[in-house]
Each structure stands twice: as C-alpha cells, then as structure tokens.
Design a protein around this ligand. Structure first.
Ligand code: AMP
Length: 298
C-alpha cells in the first residue's frame, strides 16, 4: 500500500486554478528549476517503489495552484496562518500533525505505535509520515484538489530531499517567534473536542527591552458552545514542548537552510497576534485580498 500511495505522490498533477488573489511575490513569479532526478533510491527505501517516476508534474507554476510549505517551531502558529491562506487561495491545508492525530484516534494498526512516539514529542518515522501524506494527497486528488499548503512537513532533511524529488515547492514560509513565547503558546493551546476548532488561552504581553520590540498576543478564546468541550493535546505539556523544541532545533532547523540555499525561503518574524500578523504576512507575500475575502483578516 505504501508503494501505491507514494506512487500517487509522484503522479500529483497540479491543475490550472487561479487563486482569488493577486500573487506578486518574486519567489512565486520566478518559477523553479527542478533538480534532475538521477536515482529513485530514496523511493525504494521508503516505499519499495521500483519504477522511475515521470516528471510531467513539474509544470510552470503559473499554470497550477500554489505548492507552499510552512516551517517554524511548535506553537509558532503554522496551522493558523496556513489555514487562513488555504481558504484565501483555495488550496488544501495539509498538516501532517493532523494526519498523525487522526491515525492516533483511529483503531488502526499504527495507533498504539504512534501514541508512544508523539506523546514523548519525538518524530514519527519518515516512512510512516510519507505514507500518511501520500494517502491524504491521493484522497484529495480524487476529490479534485489541486496544489497544497503543507504544515509540519518536511521536518527532516531526508523528508525535504524526497519532497524535492517528487514535486516543485514554490515557496517556504518560515514563521519565527521567541522561544519563551512559543512555550507559553503551546501550553495555552486548546481544541474543541466536538468541532475540532483550535483556540489559545495564553495572553502574551511582553515589554520591549534591549532593542527588541514589545509583543502582545491576545488569547484566541472559544465561542460559548465550545468552552465546556476544550481539551489539551497530550504533547502540549511543558516537558514535551521543550523536547519538541529541542528536536526542532536538531532535526528541522537544517530544513530552513535547505530551502534558503535554494532561494525559496521567506523569513517572517511574527510581530504579534493574528490582527497584527495576518495583514503583514499578506503584505510580505504580496497578496491582495479581494473585498469578498476581507472578513478573513478580521
Ligand atoms: P504537530 O501537530 O505538527 O506539532 O505534529 C504533532 C506530532 O506529529 C509531532 O510531534 C510528531 O510526532 C508527528 N509529526 C508531524 N509531522 C511530522 C513529520 N513531518 N515528521 C515526523 N513526525 C511528524
């Protein structure tokens, strides 16, 4: 099955779809030269696939939906901004953490194995993650989805290399925030057990010092009907969050350099909460919201 799913990942065919926005960022306009595939060893290693993938997927970025990646430490807000952009651009937001949690909450064969890894803040194996991702892309493709905003993948150099071999990533947005705030935000994270909505009860108000600007982030409180159904992720304890940050610095920070060297990395320091950061992020991406989408920035 893994081979078949990975096979589908290779065949991912971006379709023409104009986003309801004006995209002007130079990284988006430039187009990307695909690295020549000289071996499918990685593919055999992870999926047992033994054929040479075709690369018709490497189309001119102007003729297909965006293929973006969000990088950043746990708690930085990748999910929040990836989800907003996905609505705005009309492309799916694919968070590998969500795929892992779905698998965890199922009674599937992987569930028990994953719980031990995730609850300790460790990374799941590349093989499992790629299998879950391939399945998600396959299902989306069957529903007519095109393009994607990836959140939480790639997280290792190995994953980045595999992704680079199977498709073109147009842009990688690296969200950044101070580590003490990241910890507070992870500890304040809540989810509605019924609707799956994400909230945050942390109220960040840090004064500027040593030339650093002040930073305020208001809590993102749930509506009354979710308030009594809030749950905390098992991996959002202080000990596990610190371990996840350590693993990010070890395993995932090199991914930033991987994309920096390829000229695809857009660094974005979050200036505050959603009301301050969202318009600035759109500005950095040179995205103009149309009037009918203005409510997204509210
Ligand atoms: P997240 O919601 O992105 O913080 O992910 C939750 C957990 O899922 C992580 O701590 C990892 O255990 C696992 N996970 C998510 N994405 C990946 C990935 N790309 N590689 C390995 N493990 C992952």
């Amino acid at each position: 099955m893994a081979a078949a799913r990975l096979n589908r990942l290779f065949k991912l065919k971006p379709l023409l779809a104009s986003p309801p926005t004006t995209l002007l960022h130079p990284l988006i306009r430039r187009g990307f030269c695909a690295a020549a595939l000289d071996s499918d060893d990685d593919v055999r290693f992870f999926g047992g696939l033994s054929h040479n993938p075709t690369f018709s997927i490497r189309r001119d970025p102007k003729e297909r939906s965006v293929q973006w990646v969000f990088l950043g430490c746990p708690g930085v807000g990748k999910g929040t901004y990836a989800s907003r952009l996905s609505h705005l651009l009309g492309v799916p937001h694919i968070a590998t953490g969500d795929l892992v949690r779905e698998e965890l909450s199922s009674s599937g064969p992987l569930s028990e194995q994953l719980a031990g890894i995730v609850n300790q803040g460790k990374l799941v194996s590349d093989e499992i993650i790629i299998s879950l991702l391939s399945k998600r892309i396959e299902n989306g493709e069957a529903k007519g989805e095109s393009g994607f905003i990836l959140d939480g993948f790639p997280r290792t150099i190995r994953q980045s290399e595999i992704l680079e071999r199977v498709t073109d990533i147009d842009l990688v947005i690296n969200l950044k925030l101070r580590e003490d705030i990241l910890i507070e935000k992870c500890l304040g994270r809540r989810m509605c057990s019924q609707c799956g909505g994400n909230f945050n009860v942390a109220s960040i108000d840090i004064k500027g010092e040593n030339g650093k600007p002040p930073i305020c982030m208001a809590p993102l409180l749930p509506p009354p009907n979710c308030a009594s159904k809030l749950i905390t992720r098992a991996d959002d304890t202080e000990e596990v969050v610190k371990e996840r940050l350590r693993i990010y610095n070890d395993m995932s920070q090199p991914v930033e350099e991987f994309y920096r060297r390829r000229g695809k990395l857009l660094e974005f320091d979050l200036p505050g909460g959603i009301p301050e950061s969202w318009p600035k992020l759109l500005q950095a991406l040179n995205i103009e919201e149309h009037d009918d989408k203005q409510s997204l920035a509210a």
